[in-house]
Design a protein around this ligand. Structure first.
Ligand code: XLS
Ligand code: NI
Ligand code: NI
Length: 438
């Protein structure tokens, strides 16, 4: 028995059900464009918000019952937490989970103790995974909570902190590999600055590049076949985070020669904090060839921070789904619920209700996205819009067969008078809206 044993395993019951502890739309075996729903979505529950956060905020203490938490986590507390987490994963029926090293292990004060405690919980985790069938979407090291990381991990002004970060990442990458993890994530929580007045930007970027190269080198040395993913975020907790959005990460990867080695884990609420739409970030990553995985959540339109709420608006996700479906879906990635309860949601059952609602939202967006793709109207609209480029002039330009002067001469000689043509944006928007019927 754990805190989460009162709820029976969640089943698909269809849209007509009155049972709140059931999926209305998420039917894992339903075929969508030739693939099972579960394989399109690859849903994961995150350890940190769900089991390692008691509901504290900067104004008040924890509110959620999480009896295994305290200022110092003993091995016994970590074990109880592990029991509860895997009980929850299997009752919910999510195929994957994600974790930070320190979310799962007993508190450690030295590098050696850290390695030992992580190894101990890792062995138990491996057993739980085998017993329940829950798989690991990704692991990551927390390089932002401990006071030593106040100035960053890889971008700390102190090389000893950089070394600590290396120790944590090595241990967690190796554990992720042993557990068959699909990816390894680096979120640069404090890899940025609070003030440029005391920051050597070039040095910090070079250190970050060096760190990432070391991680990639080690990944190959141990034979880890998963992807290394950077998770962009513009700020919070730092004033400016170096991997602020997909474009900034791409520029960074290019500068340090890592575009073939590292992809991105895109989070909805981070995109909106950066002043970008989620579909922009997904499309940019797919375009640059660095798309990896997704942290699914949502922000609050009127709050300027990472509120990490559970997604509940399928329509807002459909255009990103269209891009994802057209790309063939995830390879190593999945939808990780990087989302947390509100502080008043104190019933253990609230964690189920939150995830059920979120997973059904993804299922709705998937079905709507598949319909949009199937009808081909949006594809056709886009194709028609660019069709001039398939003609002779367009092809000569695209293939580099004409230079600036020759093109300018041609424009004058042919007296080009291109007529304005509709972009049909409202129609495109309607093509999305009308499929949101699930
Ligand atoms: C915080 C990030 C974090 C990462 C994992 O904003 O989303 O939760 O996903 O370190
Ligand atoms: Ni995240
Ligand atoms: Ni976040």
């Amino acid at each position: 028995m754990t805190l989460f044993s009162d709820v029976a395993p969640i089943q698909f019951e269809g849209p007509g059900t009155d049972n709140e502890y059931a999926y209305r739309v998420y039917d894992k075996n339903r075929e969508v464009l030739g693939k099972r729903m579960e394989d399109w979505l690859r849903c994961a529950v995150c350890y940190w918000h769900s089991f390692n956060w008691p509901g504290q905020d900067i104004f008040g203490a924890g509110t959620l019952p999480r009896p295994w938490l305290g200022a110092t986590i003993t091995q016994e507390m970590a074990n109880t937490k592990l029991e509860a987490a895997f009980d929850f994963f299997s009752r919910l029926g999510a195929p994957y989970f994600t974790f930070h090293d320190v979310d799962a292990m007993a508190t450690a004060n030295t590098v050696k103790e850290h390695d030992r405690n992580l190894k101990t919980i890792g062995e138990l985790m491996q057993k739980k995974m085998a017993a329940t069938g829950t798989k690991l979407l990704w692991g990551t090291a927390n390089l932002f909570s401990h006071p030593r990381y106040a100035g960053g991990g890889a971008t700390s002004p102190d090389p000893e902190v950089f070394a600590w970060a290396a120790a944590q990442v090595r241990a967690c990458l190796e554990l992720t590999h042993r557990l068959g993890g699909q990816n390894y994530v680096l979120w640069g929580g404090r890899e940025g600055y609070d003030s440029l007045l005391n920051t050597d930007l070039k040095r910090e970027l070079d250190h970050y590049g060096r760190f990432l190269s070391m991680v990639v080198e080690h990944k190959h040395r141990i034979g880890f076949k998963g992807s290394i993913l950077i998770e962009p975020k513009p700020f919070e907790p730092t004033k400016h985070q170096y991997d602020r959005d997909v474009a900034a990460v791409y520029a960074f990867l290019q500068r340090y020669g890592l575009t073939k080695e590292v992809q991105v884990n895109i989070e909805v609420n981070h995109a909106t904090l950066a002043g970008l739409e989620f579909d922009h970030e997904v499309t940019a990553a797919l375009t640059y060839g660095i798309f990896g995985s997704i942290d699914i959540n949502r922000g609050d339109d009127r709050n300027g921070w990472d509120t990490d709420q559970f997604p509940n608006n399928a329509q807002s996700l459909v255009s990103a789904f269209v891009a994802l479906i057209e790309a063939g879906g995830f390879t190593h990635g999945g939808f990780n619920f990087d989302a947390k309860l509100r502080r008043q949601s104190v019933d253990p059952a609230d964690l189920y209700l939150a995830h059920i609602g979120g997973i059904d939202t993804l299922a709705r967006a998937l079905l709507a996205g598949a319909d949009v793709v199937n009808r081909r109207k949006l594809t056709q609209l886009k194709k028609t819009r660019y069709q001039g480029w398939d003609g002779e002039l367009g092809q000569r330009i695209e293939q580099g067969k004409i230079d600036l002067a020759a093109l300018a001469d041609l424009a004058g000689a042919s007296n080009l008078q291109p007529a304005p043509r509709s972009g049909h944006q409202e129609l495109a928007e309607s093509l999305i809206a009308r499929e949101c019927k699930y």
